[in-house]
Design a binder for this molecule. Structure first.
Ligand code: AMP
Length: 465
């Protein structure tokens, strides 16, 4: 199935071919004809499903007719974060290279004047975060009465960020007759209420979560003390010990913890950047760019800042905090193990609240997550009692496979952690204590097959002929 049957213009079909897309994704296949037929669409889909092109491609087709007037954007796309807004803008640049449309980005953290100048010239596509959009509106620099099409993207994330009152206000400022495309990954009650209030007889398009990465991602839980410094210590050991580390995201639940952890890792000599909502826009863009280009190895981030970002393949994901919403776990670890490649996702568990959150995650993903049998750099102890106490659904099969994957020979460890063996731009280790580590699955050497076994089991046993 190609893009030709969807009703897109020739220019757009050519742009899609130039992007190298062979066939529409399910959300594109199902949504695009309805968008072109001017229906309201309720799309239940996550990032990674191709949902951005599901609205940008038909919008480009529709915008080929007509012209923008000063201060009166023809279409409006609302995004919860600046990065997502910038990503949608990139998408218009990529698919709309031949369209000569005016696309403006109205996000916080950059100067009003520049944005204002763009609005004055007339805008075909206005991509905005809700707060900054309303700021421009209140200054009288923007009229929303010309909006023919409104896109509300990542609505459930808008809810998490407290943007729903702003969204309701904006929905009342655009003409009642506009077309609305509404995308959300989940449908909590508050979101359902908004869709009932602001969508007119919408077509509901629902696609499954993107192909699960669980199969190619090795997951582990690791026990940590509750104190922030104890957690940071465990994290450092994990990172120093990680094998096959190319790059990693470290997720924290709170943005202030992102900042603290970032500073701490920096002090310990790691190659690291941070991404959280309180950073100004240029710092966020620079951090993301450095990480994308591989100039830094680690990115400490909050869910909100990292949500939906199209970040290339990653070897490791660390959950410094267990995510509060189980869905976020799937999102976080979905950043590794892409395209069939292997990856590792390690979640630090500190205390009984975390254990409860882990139980909710295991229920959602339908499988137990094995515990790492030893925190790197700590003396080996089975700690079976603790495991049983905090996780009754423990899977011994998974644990034993981890031992195979994670254990390396002492000589290998010592070599790979000598300071002079560090590659530039990779996470640095400062000592070479014996450790065990989480790693992506890999080819095992004979040595690593047996190195976890007690020595008495490895003694030759005379066998009678
Ligand atoms: P999104 O869900 O919009 O964030 O898209 C995820 C990724 O899929 C982006 O990197 C897009 O460039 C890519 N993509 C979108 N549509 C297609 C398609 N039809 N075929 C292949 N890749 C696509």
């Amino acid at each position: 199935m190609s893009f030709s049957h969807l009703g897109l213009s020739e220019k757009v079909i050519a742009a899609v071919a130039a992007a190298g897309y062979k066939a529409p994704t399910p959300i594109q296949d199902q949504a695009i004809p309805h968008v072109l037929a001017r229906r309201d669409v309720l799309g239940i889909a996550q990032t990674g499903t191709g949902k951005t092109a599901a609205f940008t491609l038909p919008m480009l087709t529709m915008l080929e007719k007509g012209r923008a007037r000063a201060r009166m954007p023809r279409t409006l796309i609302l995004e919860p974060t600046r990065e997502l807004a910038a990503q949608v803008e990139e998408s218009f640049v990529r698919y709309g290279a031949k369209h000569k449309l005016n696309v403006a980005l109205i996000i916080g953290g950059v100067s009003f004047d520049e944005q204002d100048a763009k609005l004055t010239r007339g805008v075909d596509v206005l991509i905005a975060t809700p707060g900054r959009l309303l700021d421009h509106f209140e200054r009288g620099r923007l009229l929303l009465t010309g909006v023919e099409l409104l896109v509300i993207d990542e609505a459930d994330r808008m809810l998490d960020m407290g943007f729903i009152p702003d969204i309701e206000r904006i929905c009342k400022l655009v003409p009642f007759t506009r077309q609305t495309l509404f995308f959300t990954a989940t449908m909590p009650t508050e979101i359902r209420r908004i869709t009932e209030q602001f969508l007119h007889n919408p077509v509901r398009v629902e696609v499954a979560k993107p192909a699960t990465t669980l199969a190619t991602t090795t997951q582990f839980l690791v026990k940590s003390g509750r104190e922030p410094h104890e957690k940071r210590d465990v994290l450092r050991r994990l990172i120093r010990d990680a094998e096959g580390m190319k790059n990693a995201i470290i997720f924290c639940n709170r943005k202030r913890d992102v900042a603290t952890l970032f500073r701490s890792l920096l002090r310990h000599g790691f190659s690291v950047q941070a991404l959280h909502g309180d950073m100004d826009q240029s710092a966020r863009t620079a951090a993301l760019d450095q990480f994308r280009k591989g100039e830094v190895t680690l990115l400490v981030a909050s869910d909100v800042a990292a949500r939906g970002l199209d970040i290339p393949e990653m070897s490791h994901v660390y959950n410094f905090d267990v995510p509060i919403h189980p869905d976020d776990y799937v999102h976080r670890i979905g950043r590794t193990g892409r395209a069939g490649r292997s990856g590792a996702a390690i979640t630090m568990v500190a205390g009984s609240n975390d254990a409860k959150a882990v139980a909710a995650i295991e229920k959602l993903i339908g499988q137990p997550i094995p515990w790492m049998d030893q925190v790197p750099g700590e003396p080996a102890a089975p700690r079976e009692d603790e495991r049983r106490a905090s996780r009754p659904s423990h899977n011994p099969k998974a644990r034993s496979s981890h031992r195979h994957q994670s254990h390396r020979s002492e000589s290998h460890r010592r070599d790979s952690h000598r300071p002079d063996s560090h590659r530039p731009g990779t996470a640095r280790a400062e000592d070479s204590r014996p450790r065990r580590a989480p790693q992506p699955p890999r080819e095992r050497s004979d040595e690593s097959e047996t190195s976890h076994l007690p020595a008495f089991l490895l003694r030759p046993v005379p066998v009678k002929a």
